[in-house]
Design a protein around this ligand. Structure first.
Ligand code: AMP
Ligand code: ZN
Length: 466
């Protein structure tokens, strides 16, 4: 299995630190709002890489943090007159709901900054003691000049960076590239007690601390979006390697960006979408499939047309799987025929092609193409004259490959308003029970407006999307 390592700028063979085990850390979202469509990409990509490694027999310890102390969280909390914790709790829950919609396997651990404070303080103390950090008026800075490897991930040279940096008004720092590990308390902000007075941590330190605590000093894979290479990941390396005296992560993986209609997504341009909004009109599995249709390191463009194309592609797989399921129940009884046995042997090549693509730096786009070829094979070779056993064998093989990508063609689509629809149906049942026909009709119309067809059967209400 080869992967592109940002640190060495090469595709390298994956060799785990410990046999059959993978220690993987993925930078997670800052929870001040619903996650946006761009955030969905690292969720889906690194989940797929994890699933593939699990399929290959590795035991993956997958840690993804939630940044739950941050200026944006505090700002929103002050606007809504609630605590920063209330905002963070709300959007951690919403992010987990979205990740679940995208069929992302739960992380082994989702640490949160506010729950790691003693360990954060401990690492900053180590950095100060070892001479890699210094305190000025309650702020602790990392001294970038003291760490020889600064710039090795991003390929940046510290002297060039400093020459390019604006002359800082902030005269506290020794060097312009020095960054904050601990900042002093300001009124209206959450605070923790520390050896440098009340305050809160800077952003970068949390990931160094959480990776160490839950995975160890040296990990196999560290991942995130490409915007994090500098300064976030560069700073993580400096902190971890300075504090622990050991290499931090062996491999660094970065996903490219999702742009919207070929432009960088931003709130001011009005092309900013939360995943929740999009999942109301496009099912989560189509969004996941759309993300997998591109190579994870290339930028991808989010547009209505490309989403429709992804939806059509996924339907092709689902229709094939539906047909195979039908024949697996209604086909011929008895043993697999000789010609069917030969055809089953042929199926191996799709799985091999799939694995070749995934072994080549997780080329999901090519892996999806081999599933389409497999679908073509199934559509051509499985029909009403096939045995149940043959249809079932082909079905299982296609579903297995889809499952590695986190695509479940046998399951119903999930949209973000499923829960609301279930609730409306329950309310309509209640109204009918109370013979409140006007209310029941009103709810039925409301449900119909959402494109939902309901069917009252003896086994209860069944619903589907038009
Ligand atoms: P944030 O909450 O901004 O720290 O982002 C959480 C994760 O989403 C990080 O790994 C980011 O690099 C990634 N990310 C943010 N915006 C995009 C985007 N437009 N496309 C792809 N990944 C993104
Ligand atoms: Zn991080």
């Amino acid at each position: 299995m080869k992967l592109y390592n940002t640190l060495t700028r090469k595709k390298e063979e994956f060799v785990p630190l410990e046999e059959n085990k993978v220690k993987m850390y993925v930078c997670g979202p800052t929870v001040y709002d619903y996650i946006h469509i761009g955030n969905a990409r690292p969720y889906v990509i690194f989940d797929t890489i994890r699933r593939y490694m699990e399929y290959k027999g590795y035991e993956v310890n997958y840690v993804q943090n939630f940044t739950d102390v941050d200026d944006k969280i505090i700002k929103r909390a002050n606007e809504e007159n609630v605590s920063a914790k209330d905002i963070a709790d709300r959007f951690v829950n919403e992010a987990i709901k979205d990740a679940d919609g995208l069929n992302v396997e739960p992380a082994t651990k989702n640490p949160r900054v506010t729950e790691e404070m003693p360990y954060i303080i401990e690492m900053i103390e180590t950095l100060v003691e070892k001479g890699f950090a210094y305190e000025v008026n309650g702020t602790v800075y990392f001294d970038t000049k003291s760490f020889a490897g600064y710039g090795k991930l991003s390929g940046k040279n510290i002297d060039d960076l400093e020459a390019g940096a604006r002359i800082e008004i902030d005269r506290e720092k020794k060097n312009p590239m020095d960054f904050v590990l601990w900042k002093p308390f300001k009124p209206g902000e959450p605070k923790w007690d520390s050896p440098w007075g009340d305050g809160r941590p800077g952003w970068h330190i949390e990931c160094s601390v959480m990776a160490k605590r839950y995975l160890g000093d040296t990990i196999d894979i560290h991942a995130g979006g490409e915007d994090l290479i500098f300064p976030h990941h560069e700073n993580e390396i400096a902190q971890s390697e300075a504090a622990n005296g050991k290499p931090f992560s062996k491999y660094w993986l970065h996903n490219g960006f999702i742009n919207v209609d070929n432009e960088k997504m931003s709130k001011s341009k009005g092309n900013f979408f939360t995943l929740r909004e999009i999942a109301k009109v496009i099912p989560y599995d189509v969004i996941r499939f759309f993300i997998l249709n591109g190579h994870y390191r290339s930028p991808i463009n989010f547009s209505k047309d490309l989403m429709e194309a992804a939806g059509n592609g996924l339907d092709r797989i689902k229709n094939c799987v539906k047909d195979l399921s039908f024949i697996a129940v209604n086909g011929k009884d008895g043993d697999i025929s000789e010609s069917e046995r030969k055809l089953i042997e042929e199926c191996v090549k799709y799985k091999e092609r799939f694995e070749e693509s995934m072994d080549d730096d997780f080329n999901t786009a090519d892996a999806v193409s081999s599933i389409f070829e497999f679908v073509k094979f199934a559509n051509k070779n499985v029909n009403e004259n096939s045995t149940k056993l043959f249809a079932d064998a082909v079905l299982l093989k296609i579903v297995e490959l889809c499952h590695i990508l986190g695509i479940e063609p046998l399951k119903e689509n999930k949209s973000s308003d499923d829960e609301e629809i279930e609730l409306l149906i329950a309310e309509r049942q209640e109204a009918r029970k109370n013979k409140n026909w006007a209310e029941a009709d009103r709810i039925r119309d409301e449900i119909a407006k959402r494109g939902i067809v309901i069917e009252d059967t003896s086994a209860g209400v069944r619903w589907s999307r038009k």
